[in-house]
Design a protein around this ligand. Structure first.
Ligand SMILES: O=S(=O)([O-])[S-]
Length: 239
C-alpha cells in the first residue's frame, strides 16, 4: 500500500502496490458521533481497498514516515495484526536498486470485517478526564509546542504534555532508529499509559509505532490532536 500522493505513486512505485493517499482521510472530530462516523467511513474505505483477515498488508511512504504509520495504526485499530511498515520506505527501496513500476494497480474490493480495538485510540474527553494520570507525548515541532507556530484557534500544547518531535524517531537514512536509541527518547516505565498527539494524528501515529516497537503496551493515538483540542475553547491549554 503506497500512502504517498497519486503524483508520486504514478512516477514510480513498488511493483503491485496500490495507492492510498492517506492525507485525504484526515479526521479530527472525536465526539461520540465523530468517532462513530470515523469507524464506519474507515471500515468502508478498508472494504474498498480489499483488506481481508488473511491478507498481509505493508504500508510504505517516502521514509519510515507518518503516512505509513497512520496506515499501520488504522489497521491495528481494526484489530488487523498482520500489518507492517516498510522500514526506510521507497527511499531505501530505491537505494537498494530494487525494481519499480509506473502501472496503476487497481483495488480488489471485499467486505471488511475488522473489529474495533478501543484501547489504541483516544478522544478529547479521555485526555481531559485523565490529564494527571497519563503521559501525553506531543510529537510536533518545538515551535508548535511552544506556541510560536499557530495551527488552530489557540496556540500552545495540552497541559502536562512532553514534547518529543517525531523526527527524532528516524535515522538520517529514513529508517527507524534502533531500540537502544529510541529508548533514550522514551525513557519511561514500560507499563506507563501513554497518549501521542500532533496536529492531525499522522506524526502521532509514527510515535505510537516507535513506542510499540519499544514494547510499550498501553499506547493510544489522540485522533483529534491539536486540530481539535486547539479549536475547542473549553479545553485547557498550556504554553
Ligand atoms: O502529522 S500531522 O497530522 O500533525 S500533519
Amino acid at each position: 500500500m503506497d500512502t504517498r500522493s497519486f503524483k508520486e505513486y504514478s512516477e514510480g512505485h513498488i511493483p503491485n502496490a496500490v495507492n492510498l493517499d492517506l492525507f485525504a482521510f484526515h479526521w479530527i472530530d472525536t465526539t461520540k458521533e465523530g468517532i462513530t462516523n470515523f469507524n464506519s467511513q474507515t471500515s468502508t474505505l478498508l472494504s474498498f481497498l480489499g483488506v481481508t483477515p488473511e491478507k498481509k498488508v505493508i504500508f510504505y511512504d517516502t521514509i519510515s514516515g507518518m503516512l505509513a504509520a497512520r496506515g499501520v495504526w488504522m489497521l491495528l485499530y481494526f484489530s488487523h495484526q498482520n500489518v507492517f511498515m516498510l522500514d526506510g520506505g521507497i527511499t531505501k527501496w530505491k537505494k537498494e536498486n530494487l525494481s519499480l513500476e509506473t502501472k496503476l494497480n487497481e483495488f480488489k474490493p471485499s467486505k471488511f470485517t475488522g473489529k474495533i480495538n478501543p484501547d489504541i485510540i483516544s478522544g478529547f474527553e479521555y485526555i481531559r478526564d485523565n490529564l494527571n494520570n497519563v503521559k501525553i507525548i506531543d510529537a510536533r515541532s518545538m515551535g508548535e509546542y511552544a506556541g510560536s507556530v499557530i495551527r488552530a484557534a489557540r496556540s500552545g500544547h495540552i497541559p502536562n504534555s512532553i514534547n518529543i518531535d517525531w523526527n527524532k524517531n528516524i535515522e538520517k537514512d529514513g529508517t527507524f532508529k534502533t531500540n537502544s536509541e529510541l529508548s533514550k527518547l522514551y525513557d519511561f516505565p514500560k507499563d506507563s499509559e501513554i497518549i501521542t498527539y500532533c496536529q492531525g494524528a499522522y506524526r502521532a501515529a509514527n510515535s505510537f509505532l516507535a513506542l510499540k516497537k519499544l514494547g510499550f503496551d498501553k499506547v493510544r493515538v489522540y485522533l483529534g490532536s491539536w486540530g481539535e483540542w486547539g479549536n475547542k475553547p473549553e479545553l485547557p491549554v498550556e504554553k
